[in-house]
Design a protein around this ligand. Structure first.
Ligand code: BEZ
Ligand code: FE
Length: 304
């Protein structure tokens, strides 16, 4: 029978993965064991604390559904999502900055004609969004796919509303850039909002006296052939939470001045029904390859 002391136990567990066929999987598992064992030793973790951690992770898993991803939320509030983003985007000179995907990239993003009001059924202040997708030299990229999604003016995503199943997507759509790399649409001005606080992750944020707020933003996922997929947001300048985003996702380059306008005609020549806001942003894509994430709920599991 083999009996291990603290240090030998760590070495034995690391060694137990030595035959893992995939070298990268072996490396990741062995480093994970090292970090976890270090944490237990450094903190002298008690049985109660370990049990509470298992219970927390169990509840996190149990909170996940086809349209709710509590583990992404956990990764986001611990800064892990932004760290993974940072180590994978070390060299983006000239390209638009990236930020978290977040847990609300869900359901169907239907291809929608330019100019459509994607929040037609919602109350809120009207906003016109005009944007352009180019390469690093400013050459327009035609035919790029752009998924957009954002919260309503009470801070909720469509998928958080009980009516989502029956009414389908709102403030959520897909656009294809025209020959000049442009796309544009109507929507409402999003507001800053709290991450969900009715699950274990939000409860942890409240119990640790952090605030749960994200500054107002619109999400964009841009995919253009021959370029790295771009997962990002455009934040609205002046928001109270730009300096304390609960998921650490704000970058200066992603903050846009969203102007209040009273012109009777919108940029596509159509009449405005009252005052409106204008968001303008240009996305610069980095050459390369990569697979864009797919919306949660549209991923069909492989047959076993
Ligand atoms: C979001 O922006 O949709 C989001 C991102 C991370 C955590 C929660 C929400
Ligand atoms: Fe968001």
């Amino acid at each position: 029978m083999t009996q291990f002391n603290e240090a030998e136990l760590t070495d034995a567990v690391i060694g137990s993965f030595d035959q893992t066929p995939d070298a990268r999987a072996r490396f990741l598992l062995q480093e994970l064991v090292k970090s976890l064992h270090d944490y237990v030793r450094k903190t002298n973790l008690t049985f109660e604390e370990w049990g509470a951690a298992i219970d927390f992770l169990t509840r996190t898993g149990q909170t996940c559904t086809a349209s709710r991803q509590e583990f992404i939320l956990l990764s986001d509030v611990l800064g892990v999502s932004m760290l993974v983003d940072a180590v994978n985007h070390r060299d983006r000179a000239g390209a638009t900055e990236t930020t978290v995907l977040g847990p609300f990239y869900v359901g169907e993003h239907r291809v929608t004609p330019h100019g459509t009001d994607i929040s037609a059924s919602l109350k809120g202040e009207k906003m016109f969004v005009q944007a352009r997708v180019t390469d690093l030299a400013g050459v327009p990229l035609a035919g790029a796919t752009v998924d957009v999604w954002h919260a309503d003016d009470e801070g909720f995503y469509d998928s958080q509303r009980p009516s989502y199943e029956s009414e389908g997507p709102s403030s959520r759509a897909r656009f294809i850039t025209n020959s000049d790399g442009r796309f544009f649409f109507r929507t409402i001005l999003p507001c800053s909002y709290p991450i969900p606080t009715d699950g274990p992750v939000g409860q942890m944020i409240l119990q640790t006296k952090r605030h749960p707020m994200r500054p107002a933003h619109v999400h964009f996922l841009v995919a253009a052939e021959g370029h790295e997929p771009l997962v990002t947001h455009v934040f609205i300048a002046g928001d109270d939470y730009l300096d304390s985003d609960v998921v650490f996702g704000v970058k200066d380059d992603l903050i846009a001045q969203v102007e209040q306008r009273s012109d009777p005609v919108m940029p596509d020549g159509k009449l405005a029904s009252g005052p409106w806001y204008l968001m303008t942003y240009d996305f610069r894509m980095k050459p390369g390859a990569g697979v864009a994430p797919r919306p949660l709920g549209t991923i069909v599991p492989e047959p076993v």
